[in-house]
Write a protein of this length. Structure first.
Length: 216
């Protein structure tokens, strides 16, 4: 496959680029600083661009089979205390670009606590999560709504607390609300799932939570 990763210069996005290359896919990393990621591979194309620039996104999507969206904002004074709308605006822009490019397959990363997964958190988890990440996750919830209202073949992926480290390829894919729970998962394992989901129609129009295999 040829896969475009929006937000491919760091974090889960960069791990997804690496995982896709390891699996033999053609990868395109799209980010403001994509050209600085320091990976040399004949199957990798880096594209410097703004996630709010529809025209640049359309060009980046040409010839692709799927889009993986891994955008996010840092936790700082602005995102804790001020209104946040970057994810929802960027997602609306991306969907418009996908429609123009004739591209349907989308895998987006939000997080445990966004959308309907918030109800799976304990009262204590919701209290702490809301105090620090409330505005960011309110926007992620709007982001999910924009995706679910689209005509795309989407998958929304909600990882739990993220860690660093290599992919173990042992993690829980929690498909239904009665299974959803918090835990830990590495960014590399999230990336492993994203690449596999891009080529698996079984995950179309689903919104799993990803956690460690032993989470309870």
């Amino acid at each position: 496959m040829d896969i475009l990763v929006i937000g491919g210069s760091r974090g889960i996005g960069l791990e997804t680029v690496k995982a896709g290359l390891a699996a033999g896919h053609g990868m395109r990393a799209f980010a403001r600083s994509a050209s600085k990621i320091g990976i040399t591979d004949p199957n990798l194309q880096t594209i410097d661009g703004d996630a709010l620039d529809e025209g640049t996104l359309v060009e980046a999507m040409k010839g692709c089979d799927a889009v993986v969206q891994t955008i996010g904002l840092p936790v700082n004074r602005d995102t804790v205390f001020s209104p946040v709308d970057f994810a929802s605006r960027a997602t609306a822009t991306m969907i418009a670009a996908m429609e123009t490019a004739g591209l349907r397959r989308l895998i987006t990363v939000t997080g445990f606590g966004a959308g309907r997964s918030r109800e799976a958190m304990s009262a204590l988890e919701r209290l702490g999560h809301g105090a620090v990440l409330g505005r960011i996750y309110d926007d992620k919830t709007r982001q999910e709504q924009v995706i679910m209202e689209s005509a795309l073949d989407w998958t929304i992926v909600r990882p739990v607390i993220l860690t660093n480290g290599k992919a173990k390829e042992r993690y829980a894919i929690l498909m239904t609300p009665d299974e959803w729970r918090n835990g830990l998962i590495s960014r590399a394992d999230v990336a492993d799932f994203l690449i596999k989901a891009a080529g698996d129609d079984a995950y179309i129009r689903t919104d799993p939570v990803l956690s460690s295999a032993l989470a309870r």
